[in-house]
Design a binder for this molecule. Structure first.
Ligand code: DX5
Ligand code: ZN
Length: 216
């Protein structure tokens, strides 16, 4: 599979959202990562539908939306209507996993499920055949700029093995603390898509940094 990078808008300049989205649009990045936080599931609040609008307008790239909110079943349809290509919600955030997946699919997007660092990959076994993406958190969700947790790669290997055993083809994505320093190891472990926020937007040349991470 080709390596995918999904720069995280959480580290963009919100006063220049259009400019920063256009930078990703010009770059080699295939996806744009959008972190939605509600202050309940995670101890931070980011943004919601109105902020997605200018991002969707500024790019045709794949919008990879990561919901860190409780009761995602209440909102997934609206996130699809706001232009998401992938809507990923957290395993820990809802009692209605099947309902979330069905809503995302019937609204016309691809569904992803994410696990926090303390959640084992094995809990996802029955869910894997129903989703197009699994997002492994390699930091505690809530903030950018945190250090990568290396044991997240054990989960990646486990998911890769399950994918093979079960004859599935979901994408394995990782989020948190990824940079050109560790991206090579991360891709080699079996990750298909990496999220990178501070490493991209904190670089002197973000477009060049995207290429560096893809070729790490
Ligand atoms: C953290 C978010 C991440 C964040 C990653 O909870 O889910 O997407 O933007 O930022 P970096 O790449 O700086 O760790
Ligand atoms: Zn994220």
């Amino acid at each position: 599979m080709t390596r995918i990078i999904s720069p995280s808008m959480l580290s963009a300049d919100f006063g220049n959202l259009e400019r920063d989205t256009q930078m990703i649009d010009r770059s080699e990045a295939q996806w744009v990562h959008i972190d939605v936080m509600d202050g309940v599931f995670v101890p931070n609040i980011s943004f919601g539908f109105p902020v997605m609008k200018p991002i969707r307008k500024a790019t045709n790239k794949v919008l990879d939306v990561h919901l860190m909110i409780v009761e995602p079943e209440k909102y997934v349809r609206r996130f699809v209507e706001a232009g998401s290509d992938y809507v990923t919600f957290h395993y820990e955030a809802t009692e209605c996993i099947d309902k979330c997946i069905d809503e995302i699919h019937s609204a016309g997007a691809k569904a992803g499920i994410s696990i926090k660092p303390a959640t084992p990959a094995s809990v996802l076994k029955d869910i894997l055949p129903k989703v197009e993406l699994v997002l492994v958190m390699s930091v505690e969700p809530g903030f950018g700029g945190k250090s990568f947790m290396p044991n997240s790669l054990d989960k990646v290997r486990e998911l890769k093995a399950l994918r093979e055993q079960m004859g599935l083809d979901f994408i394995i994505e990782i989020d948190g603390g990824i940079s050109a320093k560790n991206a090579g190891e991360v891709f080699d472990a079996g990750v298909d898509a990496v999220v990178a926020g501070s490493a991209v937007f904190g670089a002197p040349d973000p477009e060049a940094e995207i290429v560096k991470i893809l070729n790490a």
